[in-house]
Design a protein around this ligand. Structure first.
Ligand code: NI
Length: 186
């Protein structure tokens, strides 16, 4: 296991479209997945995409734990708004409704910053994990946000490119002025 170096905004690998993973079960993919999970946890991020560790492949790891979700969720809502530690390879995403939702995001490739980003509130996605197990889920809330943020990385898009109001691109240390801002890590 190893903690990988994280590319920061400005590195070309973050701006390119990542390639499909030919064999999700290959030993080098398994090793990459292990190292990415260790790196994400070490950096206290909610997600990490392979381009962020200088590997331009369509692979990401993320989690949407219950403490990130809104309070008082029904059982069905909790199912959509939370996700266990997930490895997703060659994902496809589909917007599942017209509603947009704003939220504060951060990114391990843009350390110390937060930005307010509006994204589709409800998405569906599918892909496989590193054991070729199929993944097919609907996502709302923080789950939808972290998923879309990670998948953007696979297309060379960083969250400031999704922002409509750059006055809401702020330093984390100023987030207290934007209560209840800046809960999202990555
Ligand atoms: Ni990010």
């Amino acid at each position: 296991m190893a903690i990988l170096k994280i590319a920061r905004m400005g590195h070309p690998v973050l701006a390119q479209k990542a390639q499909m993973v030919e064999d999700p079960t290959a030993p080098e993919i398994r090793r990459l997945v292990r190292d990415m999970i260790e790196t994400m946890i070490d950096a206290n991020g909610a997600g990490l995409a392979a381009p962020q560790v200088h590997v331009p492949l369509r692979l990401a790891v993320f989690q949407a734990p219950e403490d990130r979700a809104e309070q008082r969720l029904s059982e069905a809502e909790r199912y959509d708004q939370t996700a266990p530690l997930t490895v997703i390879i060659n994902p496809e995403i589909e917007i599942a409704g017209p509603e947009m939702e704003g939220g504060w995001e951060g990114c391990l490739s843009i350390p110390g910053m937060r930005g307010f980003v509006e994204r589709p509130a409800h998405v569906r996605y599918r892909g496989v994990d590193h054991e070729m197990r199929p993944i097919a889920r609907t996502a709302k809330g923080f789950h939808a946000r972290v998923l879309q943020h990670e998948l953007d990385h696979l297309d060379g898009i960083l969250y400031p490119q999704r922002m409509r109001d750059l006055t809401k691109l702020i330093f984390e240390s100023e987030a207290k002025h934007w209560v209840p801002a800046a809960e999202a890590e990555e």
